[in-house]
Design a protein around this ligand. Structure first.
Ligand code: ZN
Length: 235
């Protein structure tokens, strides 16, 4: 996997950077490391290298949403690092077990995207405002019903999962980028994704890190532009 240091406390790991880039992130905390997302298959070799490099243990795995290309690597991580605490948004947890039913009050649109069978359950079901180390859980529905983003309160880095993509062009979840259409095709409800994009911009992130594509420093203008495109595309 390709590793890029994005900040003092943040490393981006990318699987298949040229053909089908899938990112996961390692966040450094005083007590060890948090892995955010896990790609489709095991990221363990890259994590082992970082654990050695940083001289810190892996403590936690925090997941932005239940799609297979974000949770698929968790089984291998749990095997290699027994005792890691795995957390996922409360609302996306049933999707892991194959329950795609919608809740009252939600847009009644079918859940989309690719899911894998897993043999584990999250140890923690995250709610808005919860903390995973320095990461604040921010609701970011739209791509999936229970998608969450993680804001590092130390430096306002935002790990936004698939709420945005930057591969093949910056876009709000649901805006089709023909050269990398998969996040858009997997998006549950576009108007909700747009509302989320606006709310995430309000957080004034210093850095935007996403599931597919490179991270953006000072992303405000790029997010603003992507919101305008989405407004027109979804109108
Ligand atoms: Zn996804």
């Amino acid at each position: 996997m390709k590793a890029i240091r994005l900040g003092q406390n943040l490393v981006q790991l990318t699987k298949y950077p040229l053909v089908f880039p899938m990112n996961c992130y390692v966040v450094r905390e005083d007590d060890g490391l948090t892995l955010v997302d896990s790609t489709m298959s095991s990221p363990v070799d890259a994590i082992d290298a970082l654990v050695k490099d940083l001289g810190a243990e892996l403590r936690r795995v925090a997941l932005t949403h239940a799609h297979g290309d974000h949770v698929g690597g968790v089984a291998a991580v749990r095997q290699r690092y027994p005792g890691v605490e795995v957390s996922l948004g409360e609302r996306d947890t049933p999707l892991l077990a194959g329950d795609q039913s919608l809740r009252p009050g939600e847009p009644q649109a079918p859940v989309k995207g690719f899911f894998v069978k897993v043999d584990w359950q999250p140890d923690r079901r995250l709610l808005p405002g919860d903390r995973v180390g320095s990461l604040e859980v921010v609701p970011a529905p739209g791509h999936t019903p229970g998608h969450v983003a993680f804001l590092d309160v130390r430096d306002r880095s935002l790990i936004a999962g698939d709420a945005f993509q930057t591969r093949a062009g910056m876009a709000v979840s649901g805006v089709l980028r023909p050269l990398f259409p998969f996040p858009a095709i997997a998006t549950w409800h576009k108007p909700t994704a747009l509302t989320t994009a606006i709310a995430l911009r309000e957080l004034k992130p210093s850095l935007l890190a996403v599931g597919h594509g490179p991270a953006l420093k000072d992303p405000d203008r790029a997010i603003g532009g992507a919101i305008e495109v989405a407004r027109k595309a979804f109108a």
